[in-house]
Each structure stands twice: as C-alpha cells, then as structure tokens.
Design a protein around this ligand. Structure first.
Ligand code: DOR
Ligand code: ZN
Length: 407
C-alpha cells in the first residue's frame, strides 16, 4: 500500500492518503499538494503523419511530468482522422507507442468533421469523445465553414447523442484580413488578422446552432471578452454550451510579440491585456468550464521562420499545472477552482468514468523553464525563462506510481 502522510488537500486540510496496488511505500507529504490527475481535453500529439513534431512516446512523458493523466487528442493529423479506418489505425499506433514507453496514459480521440465523410461518424460514434469542427482553418486541412454543413453536423450529433467541439473562428473575416495585411511582417499582425470579431461571430453561430439542436457544444480555446459575454448569456438561458480557455491566453498577451515572435503564434491568437483580465474574472465566476493546454507542437526551426511561414501552435501540456499553481500562490484562483477546471468539469462534461489517479505537486520549490529540459519532442516552451512553482513530484496513474524526477 502507498501512504502519503500530511499532504495538503485542495480544501486546505492536511491528510493521509492511501492507494492500493503499490508495495509498502511511505511518502512524506509535508511539501506536497495532492490533486486528482489532470484531464487535458485538448491536445495535438501529431500522430499519424507529423511525428517530427511530436509522438506519444514523448508526449506521454510530457503529460505525466505535467500531472496530466487523461488527454483528448485532436483529429488534424496527416491524414486527418475522418474515417473509421483511420481512427482504428490511429488507436493502434497510439497503443503501440504507449506500450513502447510503458506509460498507461488514459486517452480519448476526437473525430474530425469532414462534410464528404459524414457517414463515417455513425460507424465510430461509440468509440470517440466527440466530433471536432474547424469553423476556421488552422493546422491541417480540416475546415467546415459553410452554414449548411454546420446544420447537418448538428442534426447528426443530435441523432446520435454526440458532443461537438468547435474551433470557433470565422473563416471569411480571417481571409479578408489576411489579404489586407498580406505584406505585414510583424507578428502582431497575427492578432490583427485573426481579430476578436472573427471569434465572436463564430461563437454567435455556435450558440444559435446549440439552441436549435440542443446538442452539447464545447467551445475550444475561448480568448476574448466578446465571446465570454455571449457564452455567459447562453449559459443563463440554460443552453448546453461549455467553454475552455488555454494557459497561453491566461499568461501571455499581444504586447509580448517583440519577445515571443513565432513562439507567440497560435490560433486563435494572443489577445489584449484587457481580454486577459476578463478571462480571469470569467474563470473565477464559473463561466469558463475547463482549461485545455492546446498542446500543439511545431519544431523550433519552423517557429523561427517569418510570420507568413511560421506555423500556428505552441506546446503546453507540461506547463499548465505549474502556471496554475503559481497563479494560486499569487492569489489569482483557489485550489478548489483549479480542481474544477482541470478535473471535475471535464469529467462531468465528457462523462468520464471516475478513477483514483493522483498528482503530488511540489509547492515549495521553484524551477525555471528551460527549452532543452522539456519532455515534448519539439523541445521548447513559449514560457521559457519563467520561474514557476508547482511541478509534480509523483503521479499515481492507473495503479502505478511514477517518480517525475526519473524522466
Ligand atoms: O494554434 C493552433 N495550432 N491552433 C489550432 O487550431 C491547431 C493547432 C495545431 O494543430 O497546430
Ligand atoms: Zn487545438
């Protein structure tokens, strides 16, 4: 039996925690905080087809080092996960890669919405966590920006009791802005091209569709005050709209492009400080349901290219928890809120079975983030150089104990 003595709990008590299946082991928990294993509902582990950026051998280590024991992986792979056959191939590859490193990371897969392959969704409906819709184009070739296809996917989701996760950015606004600012080279134009109104307009449509079809809609990576106002109103009207934000919107903003350059390029883009403070407020008021890392690795040499060539996306799975723990220590959120966002809410929204995964977090020692020390295959972080508390020391996952210092 594993015993952790005198460990800090999210309700601020000190307790002794036990877990079965481990040979006699006692851990002094005086410097540690115990949290349920984090659920990260939004990752891009790049398999198949982009293994030069990430794979499950590396990403599973990054997950555990970040206290994450469950991930939901996105379908914008090469090829995109839009057929039953591709989904099954993907399960096989992932299972092989996880077996290779002997890490029992829990995972589920989103299925990509492709208007020419809707019939495939019915075949896999019991094997997926939901359907992913790209309303605006991003990495990969998945895009569904016409309203009639959106109606069709909502009708299908209704008929088969499925959840829809949405990348909500309006493609037309982005394309027009991209033309207008085509000659610009400063990275700040990424935020101008993908302006807040592009997100707001798409979220408006999502809420309309949710109301018509009464299908649960999970809006990925919310980043603006305008989106939050719409979501708040939709929730008050009782609509099944759930929203996620990401650490980069909570801890970085568009004034940092001079330092970040390509490391600050992701979709949706970084926003103004004013949006960020409204995000924090919404998070504490319960308007935001979850935090997804949107772990989207690209190689550093790709990210060091000029604006027009630099791909969008940043790694993040191993920094979410330390960023949030450090924010807790600065009084920006409570531990109970942290647990709601990273565990309780995603478990409820996605109907996951209960498990007894546990993260034991070091709340005493600080560490500076260094690119080379990241476990992700891409070996960099947009938070490089930042000093944080809250790195996990042990993770109990699927009845096994992992010592994070061994990775
Ligand atoms: O920045 C992003 N990167 N946003 C997305 O929607 C996709 C992701 C990726 O896969 O690279
Ligand atoms: Zn994403």
């Amino acid at each position: 039996m594993l015993k952790i003595l005198n460990v800090l709990m999210p309700d601020n008590t000190r307790q002794t925690i036990t877990r079965p299946y481990i040979d006699d082991l006692i851990i002094d928990g005086s410097d540690l905080l115990a949290l349920p294993g984090l659920i990260d509902p939004h990752v891009h582990f790049r398999v198949p087809g982009m293994e030069d950026k990430e794979d499950w051998q590396h990403a599973s280590v990054a997950a555990i080092k970040g206290g994450v024991t469950t991930v939901f992986d996105m379908p914008n792979t090469k090829p995109a996960t839009t057929t039953a056959e591709r989904l099954h191939d993907k399960f096989n590859i992932i299972n092989t890669q996880l077996t290779e490193v002997n890490l029992p990371l829990r995972y589920k897969l989103f299925f990509g919405a492709d208007k020419n392959q809707f019939h495939e969704i019915v075949k896999v409906k019991d094997e997926i966590v939901g359907i992913k819709v790209f309303m605006g184009a991003s990495t990969g070739d998945l895009l569904m920006d016409d309203e009639s296809s959106l109606h069709a996917i909502y009708a299908l989701a209704k008929a088969h009791n499925l959840l829809i996760a949405l990348h909500a950015e309006d493609e037309l606004i982005i394309r027009n802005n991209a033309k207008r600012y085509a000659a610009e080279t400063d990275f700040k134009y990424h935020s101008i091209i993908r302006e807040p109104q592009a997100a707001v307009k798409a979220v408006e449509l999502v809420i309309k569709l949710t109301e018509i079809y009464n299908v649960p809609s999970y809006i990925l990576h919310i980043s603006t005050a305008g989106e939050l106002a719409l979501v708040k109103d939709a929730k008050l009207r009782g609509l099944p709209v759930y929203v996620e934000t990401c650490p980069h919107y909570l801890f970085l903003d568009d004034s940092q492009y001079p330092d970040l350059a390509g490391r600050g390029k992701m979709n949706p883009p970084l926003r103004a400080k004013a949006d960020q403070s409204i995000l924090w407020q919404a998070l504490n008021e319960g308007v935001i349901d979850t935090i997804g890392s949107d772990h989207a690795p690209h190689k550093l040499d790709e990210k060091e290219q000029p604006l027009c060539k630099c791909p969008s996306g940043v790694p993040g799975i191993e920094t979410t928890l330390p960023l949030l723990i450090t924010a807790w220590q600065q009084g920006k959120l409570s531990l109970t809120k942290l647990v709601e966002l990273t565990h309780d809410n995603p478990q409820r929204i996605f109907n996951l079975p209960i498990n007894d995964d546990l993260v034991l977090v070091d709340i005493v020692n600080k560490r500076t983030l260094i690119d080379e020390q990241m476990a992700t295959k891409c070996k960099w972080t947009p938070f490089v150089g930042i000093e944080l508390y809250g790195f996990p020391r042990y993770v109990y996952l699927n009845q096994q104990l992992f010592d994070c210092s061994k990775f």
